[in-house]
Design a protein around this ligand. Structure first.
Ligand SMILES: [Zn+2]
Length: 86
């Protein structure tokens, strides 16, 4: 089965792929992703328990960036890192 890989790295590789069906937790859309892509591997290993489709991912990313721009959003992870260096 030849199909483009739909994972987040943005590469479109037309090769033999095994597609796995995943359901987006935000909009319930069913997508096929390449079973060899990092995302599918993570899902299989249960390192991530949910899948977010590209559309939702872009939306969440945009909102996060907007919060960053407004300055109302504090990135706690970065703060921790700084403290660690002191
Ligand atoms: Zn979605």
């Amino acid at each position: 089965m030849k199909a483009p890989c739909l994972c987040y790295n943005g590469r479109k590789s037309y090769r033999e792929v095994i597609l796995v069906k995943v359901k987006c937790v935000l909009c319930d859309i069913i997508e096929n992703i390449d079973s060899n892509c990092l995302q599918a591997k993570r899902l299989r290993n249960r390192r991530i328990h949910m899948y977010i489709c590209k559309t939702c991912y872009a939306r969440v990313e945009k909102n996060t960036n907007e919060r960053h721009a407004s300055g109302n959003f504090k990135l706690y992870r970065e703060k921790k890192k700084k403290n660690h260096l002191i």
